[in-house]
Design a protein around this ligand. Sequence first.
Ligand code: ZN
Length: 222
Amino acid sequence: MIEQGYSVDEEKRILDVLARGLSREFPNPERVGCPDSSILRSIASHKLPLSQAAPWFDHLSACSPCFQDFNKFRREAAGQRRRIQVWLAAAAVLLFAFGGLLWVRSRALPHAPDVAVLDLRDRSVARGQNPSETGQAPLEIPRTAKHLVLDLPIGSKEGAYDVGLLAETGDQILRAMGTAQLHDHITNLRVDVDLSNVRPGAYSLGVRQPGLEWTRYPIRVF
Ligand SMILES: [Zn+2]
């Protein structure tokens, strides 16, 4: 639970009381009528509601020992508030540093968002002009992709390949070339692409060895 602090007016009233207290000496060696030090402490740290604190103001302004105690507690409370502020500031700096570190790490991860991996191993191919008849959901690539990694169908040969993005009319929108290599029984083909000028929509991804026919896979650019 967070206690409401004193308003500016309330604080001013307390300071007025203190100023009056400073004007004269009020020795009270027997501590007659003094409040418990816990009350002085909670007034000094603004934890006692003003309605409960106000009755002690007259005593505070007429009892030097209480006045000195109260001043000491005020300094302590102010010091504590400063320490908490320093801790909060240090925690904020640590949080920002940690967040920055996470951000840098995420940028350095190998599967950056500009790499699109397309698994063609279990894909039906569309040899005709109507790629939507394969019964599978189309492959998907974001326009932000800069590199494509194609897992070619089982048994695909290593070597040079053409990769094309083909419109339904058969026009080539994009063309890229790469060299497929066998890794762990999968033939990988990496090509660099720039899809930033490609309109989002349905296309065919064409893959072929130079001089052979395109093998087409339905693909959606988004
Ligand atoms: Zn007193």
